[in-house]
Design a protein around this ligand. Structure first.
Ligand code: GCV
Length: 673
């Protein structure tokens, strides 16, 4: 927790350089830098060189020179235009290492790449190559409230806000260094549920703070975004309406936006949650989502800004008796007819699944549903439904699965989610109006992410955005190597734990894609019927014969929102992937799964297995004592103990519930209550 001698109350995550193996001789080139083609006093260039100096000082104990000559072992940094925006190339020329980039962000990422390569013990030859970002926008969304609380935050309080004020710069600067090191280039600092003081972020009350924070972000090539309140013209402007077609409303937003941009030049734009879970929006005035988004887009357009418009629009006052209304359909039904009607600086931000960040969901059919609309994938690394940073759940395998999902939205073969959100499917790559965003898992805890091991999701999300082809295993290996000083055996063990953790969580929680079954409101721990008779549209429909939601042609018809052949594949329980069976089908407990087991036996077996596996992970962690920093060891140990209790609670409640409903005993005769 030290930074060049100064004690801080927080770690530096994977940027902690002290106590490592130092800098190997092969990396001598990093000790002398020759810079050409870039301005020395550009803010991002300065940050990049500072990062290099800091790393060299801490790793090698040496001050580094910036020289003009290019002789001998040195790092030559220069500009090259034949590389995609924000990318970089590394090559060797004799003893020199050459780092080329088309812009300052590329240079910054190239420097971090070299530092990481050196720290991972690679030789410089292995660090060579061309590295171009896949997702043009690589963003984090904070759900931080201005009172200091964080909606769905499991890592302490906000480090941006407290008591309706902004906090100091030191921790924000470290955060920015950390996330830019994995390529993040946009951050929304406040909760999408904009209320109270946060509504005033667009006003002069916060100009100075936003300019300061925007400047810290800009130093590391990150654009600052804020979430806004669609009803601000009423709440702040005293107007009778927030109708996006009303001239007075439009004028209010235009003036507010112009003044804001004058004061906060590094603003990327606004994120909007409208007509969702009680938040105001254009529906109140009989307007469409496009009417609302375009009105705001026109206000930020002259300033080069964009509008991130969320598609999480659904009826949250549903009647559980009504089997026709299907929340999974809502995103698509609300947006599909608007394809082509959004301005070119609007990006629709779409959650990865049609429901809400469950441990297993199909990919949202809205992604790929609209060929003429900018789209951005939204995932959640805050583990709201996946263990709340108590239970280990490395989410990168899930995100990779989503990215590689083939939507069949084009005939040119470029039709995966990755193709769509990286701009390859529909030709919006050049405009940069697409990408990936994650609801962030950080807070002011010493280790940033509640569970030290949850930082793998923060690291991994950034790396995956930059390079969609990286495997979860490669990413986890890098993170382990940069974060810990484990021997080979324990590194392997930790890797194995991370890689299977999502499936372990899935095994002991809600089965086969049905989701939910959590304690209402706070969403941790089991409550099988917690949401069954509620208004939220999240049902499992279990009775004494079977369970699951019929979303086929004979049910809610949701399957038809997919392109063929996906629609038919999901429609038939014989071809539907096993892990999603209950998302799409209502099936009897005696249904025979592809694995050869009955549905009920699968539920029993996976729950016992999942809980048992947590015991093994807990033991594996205990065996790392001595090889892991003491504070980290104890913090994680405490998390595993809580996970053990949670996993057994899930196992016992789910198994007992379905045994009592079905009356079918476990073939293995294990204890069910
Ligand atoms: C920020 C879920 C969460 C809410 C969250 C919402 C959203 O419903 O439980 O806390 O609100 O998603 O994504 O807007």
């Amino acid at each position: 927790m030290s930074d060049n001698g100064n004690r801080k109350d927080w770690t530096q995550l994977w940027l902690e350089y002290e106590g490592g193996a130092g800098l190997k001789d092969e990396w001598e080139a990093l000790l002398r830098v020759d810079l050409s083609g870039f301005e020395h006093d550009n803010r991002v260039v300065k940050s990049a060189l500072d990062e290099l100096k800091r790393a060299v000082l801490l790793l090698a104990g040496k001050e580094q020179e910036i020289t003009a000559g290019k002789e001998g072992a040195c790092l030559v940094i220069c500009r090259a235009e034949d590389i995609a925006a924000q990318g970089f190339r590394v090559r060797k020329e004799g003893e020199a290492l050459i780092l080329e980039a088309p812009d300052e962000n590329g240079l910054l990422y190239g420097i971090f790449h070299l530092i990481f390569s050196a720290r991972l013990g690679k030789d410089p030859g292995k660090a060579c190559g061309i590295f171009e970002p896949d997702a043009p926008l690589r963003m984090l969304n904070h759900w931080d409230n201005m009172d200091g609380g964080i909606e769905r935050g499991y890592s302490g309080r906000s480090f941006f806000f407290k008591d309706d004020r902004f906090l100091g710069s030191e921790r924000i600067r470290d955060y920015v260094r950390i996330v830019s090191s994995v390529g993040i280039n946009g951050v929304v600092i406040n909760n999408v549920n904009v209320k109270d003081a946060a509504s005033w972020l667009v006003t002069e009350r916060y100009y100075g703070d936003l300019a300061r924070v925007g400047g810290i972000f800009a130093d590391y090539g990150i654009k600052l975004f804020i979430s806004i309140n669609f009803a601000a013209p009423i709440e702040l402007g005293g107007l009778p309406s927030a109708d996006p077609m009303d001239g007075k409303v439009i004028a209010w937003w235009q003036e507010t936006t112009d003044r804001l941009y004058d004061a906060v030049p590094y603003l990327g734009g606004f994120l909007v949650k409208a007509d969702s879970e009680g938040r105001p929006g254009p529906f109140t005035y009989g307007r469409t989502q496009a009417d609302g988004a375009n009105m705001l887009a026109r206000c930020v357009k002259p300033h080069g800004g964009c509008i991130l418009w969320r598609c999480f629009v659904y009826n949250c006052t549903q009647d559980w008796r009504d089997k026709k209304t299907d929340r999974a359909r809502a995103g698509y039904d609300n947006f599909i007819d608007l394809d082509g009607k959004f301005d070119d600086n609007v990006i629709l931000q779409i959650k990865n699944g049609p429901m809400d960040f469950q441990i297993r969901e199909p990919v949202s059919p809205l992604i790929g549903g609209m060929a003429k609309t900018n789209q951005m994938l939204e995932v959640q690394i805050a583990q709201e439904y996946t263990g709340q940073q108590i239970d280990l759940c490395y989410l990168i395998p899930m995100f990779r699965e989503v990215l590689t999902f083939k939507t069949y939205c084009t005939e040119n073969g470029k039709d995966t989610v990755s193709d769509i959100v990286c701009g390859r499917a529909f030709g919006n790559r050049r405009s940069g109006m697409c990408g990936m965003t994650a609801v962030c898992n950080t807070g002011d805890d010493a280790c940033w992410t509640g569970d030290d091991l949850a930082a793998a999701n923060l690291y991994g999300f950034g790396r995956l955005c930059f390079d969609n082809s990286l495997s979860p295993e490669e990413i986890a290996k890098e993170w382990i190597g940069l974060t810990f000083r484990l021997g080979e055996k324990n590194s392997e063990k930790l890797l194995e734990m991370l890689l299977e953790s999502r499936e372990v969580y899935e095994k002991y929680s809600a089965p086969l894609g049905i989701g939910w079954m959590v304690n209402p409101n706070f969403h941790y721990g089991p409550s099988v019927d917690g949401y069954e008779y509620s208004r939220w549209g999240t049902y499992h429909r279990a009775d004494h014969l079977g369970l699951g939601v019929d979303r086929t042609d004979s049910g809610t018809g949701y399957v038809r929102q997919y392109h063929e052949p996906n629609a038919s594949m999901y429609n038939n329980p014989g071809t539907c992937p096993q892990e999603l069976l209950l998302f799409f089908h209502h099936l009897p407990y005696t249904f025979l799964l592809p694995s050869g087991k009955t549905l009920i036996q699968h539920i029993y077996d996976t729950h016992f297995e999942g809980a048992q596996r947590v015991l093994e992970m807990q033991k594996a962690w205990d065996e790392m004592e001595g090889e892991v920093d003491r504070d980290v060891f104890l913090r994680v140990k405490e998390r595993f103990e809580r996970q053990r209790v949670n996993a057994f609670e899930w196992c016992d409640q789910v198994n007992s519930y379905f045994y009592r409903k079905s009356g079918i005993p476990d073939e293995a005769g294990r204890e069910i209550y």
